[in-house]
Design a protein around this ligand. Structure first.
Ligand SMILES: [Zn+2]
Length: 173
């Protein structure tokens, strides 16, 4: 049987207000019937929350809060530049090579953020977000915790770390 919210297949789905949910969706569901129906009508792609399902253990109150936040913030928000969504997974987009270029250029060239941003059609803030985004090394960050993602990294950890050091050295906030 598949969860009616996320499609996750699990033995022994929980039934609530006549709807069958997996344990994760059930845990996150509101207790009021009206809110509950709205919640169920907003379908999510179960594979997108696989990463969070792994970290979900009923009974650990703090973690549950984090998982809840993560699910709200992560899967349905805008895809990071360089990736696209296919069958519920982040996969490298056609422009994925450009991400590595941006990291390399920032690290190796004497170039202002403005010039680099313009070269890649980004805003300065957008560029800073790219340079700091843990998604590009295959991880997912939320609540200041870093988790292994399920997606392919676009830059090496070494390159990423060098860029973080340079951002810090230049006092770029
Ligand atoms: Zn579910």
């Amino acid at each position: 049987m598949a969860c009616e919210k996320c499609g996750h297949v699990q033995e022994g789905l929980k039934e609530k207000f006549g709807t069958k949910l997996c344990s994760l969706c059930n845990h996150l569901s509101p207790s009021e019937e009206k809110d509950f129906n709205e919640y169920v009508s907003e379908k999510i792609d179960g594979s997108l929350i696989e990463t969070f399902r792994k970290h979900f253990h009923p009974g650990e109150k703090q973690k549950q809060g984090m998982v809840k936040k993560a699910i709200k913030g992560y899967p349905m928000s805008r895809m990071p530049f360089g990736y696209l969504l296919e069958k519920g997974s982040l996969i490298p987009a056609q422009n994925s090579k450009e991400i590595e270029e941006i990291f390399e250029e920032f690290l190796n060239e004497k170039i202002s953020l403005r010039t680099l941003a313009e070269r890649h059609n980004l805003s300065i803030n957008g560029l800073k977000k790219v340079l700091r985004n843990f998604t590009y090394i295959g991880k997912i960050k939320f609540n200041n915790q870093i988790y292994e993602g399920e997606h392919k990294p676009l830059v090496s950890t070494t390159l990423f770390n060098h860029v973080q050091n340079k951002l810090e050295a230049l006092n770029i906030k």
